[in-house]
Design a protein around this ligand. Structure first.
Ligand code: FAD
Length: 477
């Protein structure tokens, strides 16, 4: 009898404990992927994620075929599909790697109990699984620094190696859908810029990691906040879909020490690993506070007087707020499915503070448009920005989008790239075109209100209104 390996967010061959265990079991291995939207609860994958998934599945199938195997594709309720496959193939075991979203945990638990074959799950996605980490009082951590300090006292496992050679295959393969039949690619081609920005799949992830550890990593501490340079790893979607695992990242950083014994080898590597730590923290929070994708962790924020304004929300989504750094970020997101972390913080802050539109509306938009949309990290990012999450930036600290632009995109190159209608403005005005003298605007071909919008709100007024809104929940407390 065969072993089914149920792939989910672990779309790789190496460092895949479920696959490795199935191979070790010594029976034929049947790799399966099931598209199960209902199993994701309120959070079925958004459009951009589906684009990534399509290409990542294609890459996984190719990698499996190079080992004499293949990926069986199905669609439907996971339990029913697995039971059908067990019947069709005579498999007597199902192995998979764990996920941590509340709806998925509940589904997997029920499914495990309902299968009458051996069902084993493994850890492939995290360095430190949430159920294994507690503070001294036995409670979950809610502040990053002590969380990460604690984690760093624990051992990180080595990646699981799958040796070369063919995977043991069944005599005959069960029926599979064609990849195209999953309908993951957009019907309207809005994905033109995606492929140029990323190469989904295991090979793409490994080459990205190699490039980063040999290059930008050393300067990461200084350059990670600069959206105008390629200063970060751009591994987030690879990590989300499991094209790569954090243990492989850890091992690759370790390998750069070349046996010097100094780990992490420099400040860049140390800060980079701590960002990978934020991803761990995000999963810790989601696991222990499963209501947070929908509701604030800090309950006083449940009464925050958010504004409903579909016109302003639309302007934000489309990158037409009149604040160049905000618009550049939102357009980068639309064009490539990814946005730089500093700019994510700026655009998120603009939505929840300058426009006072709820963080949930922002999180929903990111969910649909990010290729790396991840329930844990997206929830943490939005609640952090809105001041209502664990270890969050206080709501009263309001980013000034002009100063943020001048500081982190000092030459304006990032804005020039994504807001081309401002490209000919000199650096001193590119983050505040309304301050430019008429002749400067004219010679740059900019007419405010026509070629580029006037600011949607005035920074000072918006700031005052945000603080006044905050005061209402403070008073209510
Ligand atoms: P690097 O700087 O190279 O970092 C390496 C890895 O560490 C990343 O790939 C990512 O997995 C992890 N990481 C880095 N920063 C964070 C962070 N703040 N929180 C959690 N993990 C982090 N990240 C997502 O993966 N999915 C999301 O849906 C998501 N939504 C976000 C929403 C908001 C409002 C904000 C402010 C941040 C969000 N982030 C999200 C976190 C962060 O912006 C991205 O992980 C990062 O920009 C990815 O780029 P990178 O791979 O080059 O990161």
């Amino acid at each position: 009898p065969a072993t089914l390996v149920w792939f989910r967010q672990d779309l790789r061959v190496q460092d895949n404990p479920a696959l490795a265990a199935a191979v070790t079991r010594g029976r034929p291995v049947i790799p399966v992927y099931i598209l199960d939207d209902a199993g994701e609860g309120r959070w079925p994958m958004g459009g951009a994620s589906r684009w990534w998934l399509h290409h990542s599945l294609a890459a996984l199938d190719q990698a499996l075929r190079s080992r004499g195997s293949r990926l069986v594709l199905a669609r439907g309720e996971s339990g029913a599909v697995l039971r059908d496959l067990i019947k069709a193939t005579g498999a007597d075991a199902v192995y998979w790697n764990r996920r941590y979203e509340p709806a998925v945990i509940a589904r997997d638990k029920g499914l495990k109990a309902g299968l009458d074959v051996e069902a084993l799950s493994f850890n492939s996605a995290l360095l430190f699984e949430p159920h294994t980490i507690r503070n001294k009082a036995g409670a979950p951590f809610q502040v990053f620094t002590p969380f990460w300090k604690h984690c760093l006292t624990l051992a990180v496992e080595e990646p699981v190696k799958l040796r070369g050679g063919d995977l043991p295959s069944p005599m005959s393969w069960p029926r599979s859908l064609e990849l195209g039949a999953l309908g993951l690619l957009p019907k309207i081609p809005w994905d033109g810029g995606f492929a140029a920005a990323a190469a989904p799949g295991e090979a793409g992830a490994m080459s990205r990691l190699k490039q980063f550890t040999a290059g930008a990593m050393d300067d990461y501490a200084d350059r990670r906040n600069r959206p105008d340079v390629l200063g970060t790893s751009a591994l987030s979607a690879h990590l989300h879909f499991g094209d790569i695992g954090p243990r492989q990242i850890w091992a690759a950083v370790k390998a750069t020490t070349k046996g010097s014994g100094v780990f992490p080898p420099n400040r860049g590597a140390q800060v980079f690993l701590s960002e990978v730590g934020w991803r761990e923290f995000a999963h810790h929070l989601l696991f222990h506070f499963p209501h947070t994708p929908e509701a604030p962790l800090r309950m006083d924020f449940a009464a925050f007087p958010w504004v409903q304004d579909s016109v302003k929300l639309r302007a934000w989504q489309q990158g037409r707020t009149g604040y160049p750094i905000v618009d550049a970020g939102m357009r980068q997101l639309w064009a490539t499915g990814w946005m730089h972390n500093r700019v994510r913080m700026i655009v998120a802050s603009f939505l929840v503070k300058h426009l006072r539109i709820s963080w949930q509306a922002g999180a929903d938009w990111f969910w649909d448009t990010l290729v790396d949309a991840d329930l844990a990290s997206n929830t943490l990012g939005w609640q952090w920005t809105a001041g209502c999450g664990a270890d969050a930036a206080p709501y009263f600290r309001i980013f000034n989008p002009i100063l943020q632009g001048l500081k982190f995109d000092p030459e304006g190159d990032y804005v020039r790239r994504w807001v081309p209608e401002l490209a000919r403005l000199p650096a001193e005005f590119i983050h505040q075109p309304w301050e430019a003298p008429m002749d400067v605007l004219a010679s740059a071909g900019v007419t405010l209100g026509r070629t580029y919008p006037h600011p949607l709100v005035d920074h000072g007024e918006a700031r005052d209104a945000a603080l006044a809104a905050l005061a209402t929940i403070r008073r209510a407390k």
